[in-house]
Write a protein that binds this ligand. Structure first.
Ligand code: IMP
Ligand code: MG
Length: 182
């Protein structure tokens, strides 16, 4: 087995770089969200680490929710069909939502969720994603806050997985191709 670090080809963002960027994002979000009583909704499972850090970096009066989705497909590509496997637990009519996501890739997940929340009566849906991989977009989605723009490489760590592993790496890195048989 060996250490998880041994499977990483290169580190894209260190723990310190992520923390510094999240402080900046949190400050910008504070200015926009102050007084709006926003509801932060984390998309499970990938965004659970980012959620914990971004809500503490943005000290507005707010509450939190979690939604879990699965998009069927292979381990590294989503199929496009998004299903909710765990829904939020409260009425969102008239609320200002901030969807917290790990990575905006094809856009399928966030396009679906934005529409879903608007249909349920949200007053606004703001999108905050730690990573954006614009080269792979197939659905037009506007992200209001983006941490880092990443190249077209499969990344893991800081919540992001490969086959459910590596979520607990504190940094974001690229796996060695031999790990996923590439
Ligand atoms: P979408 O393609 O924009 O719908 O992204 C769906 C989901 O795919 C994201 O929430 C991630 O969980 C996952 N994903 C996309 N790219 C990567 C990656 O490079 N590493 C790990 N997960 C990814
Ligand atoms: Mg995933």
């Amino acid at each position: 087995m060996g250490r998880m670090d041994d499977d990483i080809l290169k580190v894209l963002y260190t723990e310190e770089e992520i923390a510094a960027r999240i402080r900046e994002m949190g400050a910008a979000m504070y200015r926009d969200l102050e007084g709006k009583d926003p509801l932060f909704i984390s998309v499970l499972r990938g965004a659970f680490v980012f959620m914990a850090d971004i809500v503490r970096a943005c000290q507005v009066r707010s509450d939190v929710e979690f939604i879990a989705v699965s998009s069927y497909g292979s381990a590294t590509k989503s199929s496009g069909a998004v299903q909710i496997t765990h829904d939020i637990q409260q009425d969102i009519t008239g609320r200002h939502l901030v969807v917290i996501e790990d990575i905006l890739d094809s856009g399928n997940t966030l396009a679906f969720l934005k529409q879903y929340f608007l249909t349920k009566g949200a007053a606004s849906v703001t999108i905050c994603t730690l990573l954006d991989k614009p080269s792979r977009r197939t659905k037009a989605v506007h992200a209001d806050y983006v941490g880092f723009e990443v190249p077209d490489e499969f990344v893991v760590g800081y919540g992001l997985d490969y086959a459910q592993k590596y979520r607990n790496l504190p940094y974001i890195g690229v796996l060695k191709p031999e790990v996923y048989g590439g």
